[in-house]
Design a protein around this ligand. Structure first.
Ligand code: MSP
Length: 510
């Protein structure tokens, strides 16, 4: 069985789960479910990043110790993902003992290999990013991501000889064109690597920061954030799956947004090289969700919380919007108006109507009992099944490129075709003709096949709805996999329709 290992970033515990975190996590969950649907064994890791200055500062502002504070917010992330139905296999915290021990072990290995040295460095430090910036990287003297003026920090610290790995990293990226994808981010990384790479500062003196992992070779220093957090991707596997480090680790697909491209595309692979570990399989980078009012922030009061969205619109509707609206790799705009428009058009109208019309006719004309197919299929029957087969082929192609919105477009194009097939074949008119009863039974049978195919194809994206469709069709998961025309045994009875997605009236748009 083929394997895939999917990861989200470890989210900082200085903020509560919001739209941005939810998008990456929903994408990771969708990808896991998709891989399982094509018979892969998939392992999904998420968790929280808990060390460093900004967590220590947030805890102090909250009047709690860093650990108490981290416990509370980490629990909040975990329970949020549980309530959102995210099928993660393991949740790691960077304060977990095994993780800290693993980081120390790797630090020791790299130090023994002579890849760490002690030196003095001065640079512009952004606490938001928890990294140094070169003067060139700053825009008008500010961090381009946080728009804050970084502190100039100069002190003695430990450094990882990252510069040594520059050529090897360039080769790896050039030899494997989809190591970093989409292309625009690969290009950005290669452009960055045209300049000489600096070594990476990996420590803080305990006199200034205690909230980190002690260096195994100098108790006066801790490591934190990047050298600590990036190693989670292997420490978690090592802890949970032991031997899987050999087979599962090279199948790693990281999911991140563009804000943490440099640590994942440059620090992380060079750390892996120094530790003698293989590189990840893909670094998948998406864009940012922006609000009409600009960047999402607490101070602007425009933070979107996943559980609010779930309560108001339902988790599947929210998931659908996220996956359908953003082209993976590019930025997208979030607005409630766009969300409501999509739910009403795609889910309530197109999908909801198809399912309810088909089940209502099945109920009304045949008391829910599925009729047999014609021995010879009509041209429109063949076109309908071909359209769904085409949607599946396209979906597989788009999923391999993480083009979730295009995968959904393909499915919706088949769905639209099914709605047109109802108009073409007009079972509601044919039923009035006593000689056409068998044809009506066959037409509805094809439409039930369309709904059955939808239950299978949509399961990774909107899993609760897919389960609901299977329940309405009275079919098990296995029964979803058989070819078109073989899904329903003679005498099989399907259920009466239920409303899948109620239309949202415009007063909810506020
Ligand atoms: N702790 C580091 C990551 C360490 S990984 C070893 C970190 N944490 S974070 O809480 O700031 O999370 C950043 C990630 O959250 C982004 O890469 C992205 O996955 C998600 N997003 C946060 N805001 C976002 C948007 N506005 N839009 C899309 N995703 C964003 O960085």
């Amino acid at each position: 069985m083929e394997q895939v290992y999917i990861t989200t970033p470890l989210y900082y515990v200085n903020a509560e789960p919001h739209l941005g975190h939810t998008y990456t996590t929903v994408v990771a969950d969708t990808l896991k479910r998709y891989f399982q649907s094509i018979d892969y064994e998939a392992f999904l890791l998420t968790g929280t990043d808990e060390h460093g200055d900004k967590i220590a500062q947030a805890a102090a502002a909250n009047g709690s110790s860093p650990k108490e504070y981290a416990d509370r917010i980490s629990d909040l992330f975990r329970s949020t993902w549980d309530e959102c139905g995210i099928a993660y296999d393991y949740f790691i915290r960077t304060t977990d003992t095994y993780h800290q021990e693993y980081v120390q072990k790797i630090l020791q290995t790299i130090d023994d290999a002579g890849e760490i040295y002690f030196g003095e460095y001065g640079g512009f430090y952004c606490y938001g990013c928890e990294r140094f910036y070169t003067e060139k990287e700053l825009v008008d003297g500010k961090c381009p991501d946080h728009q804050t003026t970084p502190d100039y920090i100069s002190e003695k610290n430990y450094f990882f000889r990252m510069s040594k790995y520059q050529e090897r990293l360039i080769d790896e990226i050039q030899n494997k064109p989809n190591l970093i994808r989409p292309e625009r981010y690969r290009t950005e990384v290669l452009a960055f690597l045209r300049e000489p790479l600096e070594d990476l500062c990996i420590s803080r003196p305990t006199s200034r920061l205690k909230w980190g992992i002690p260096l195994p070779f100098d108790a006066n220093y801790v490591t934190y954030v990047w050298f600590d957090a990036l190693l989670n991707y292997v420490s978690a596997l090592n802890h949970r799956r032991g031997a899987a480090l050999q087979d599962l680790w090279p199948k790693a697909q990281h999911l991140i947004a563009k804000d943490i491209l440099k640590p994942h595309a440059i620090y992380w692979p060079t750390m892996l090289m120094a530790a003698g570990l293989p590189l990840y399989d893909h670094l998948n980078v998406h864009g940012y969700w922006v609000m009409d009012s600009g960047k999402m922030s607490k101070s602007l009061g425009n933070v979107i919380r996943p559980l609010d969205m779930k309560a108001r619109f339902g988790m599947d509707a929210f998931r659908y919007f996220l996956l359908r609206e953003m082209a993976f790799g590019q930025d997208a705009k979030f607005s409630e108006e766009a969300l409501v428009t999509r739910i009403n058009a795609d889910l309530a109208n197109n999908l909801g109507n198809l399912v309810s019309r088909v089940l209502a006719m099945q109920q009304k004309y045949f008391a829910g009992v599925v009729q047999s197919l014609d021995s010879e299929w009509a041209r429109e029957d063949l076109e309908l099944s071909a359209k769904f087969a085409q949607a599946e082929t396209e979906l597989n192609g788009f999923m391999a490129e993480l083009q979730f919105h295009r995968a959904l477009e393909s499915v919706w194009s088949a769905l639209d075709h099914a709605n047109r097939y109802i108009v073409q074949t007009a079972p509601f008119t044919l039923i009035k003709d006593p000689t056409k009863q068998a044809r009506v039974g066959a037409v509805l049978h094809h439409l039930l096949e369309a709904v059955r195919t939808l239950a299978r194809l949509l399961a990774p994206f909107i899993p609760d709805t897919a389960r609901e469709l299977s329940a309405l069709l009275a079919l098990s998961d296995d029964a979803l996999k058989t070819p078109w025309g073989q899904g329903f045994a003679a005498g099989h009875t399907v259920q009466a329709p239920r409303v899948l997605f109620p239309r949202i009236e415009s007063d909810a748009k506020k």
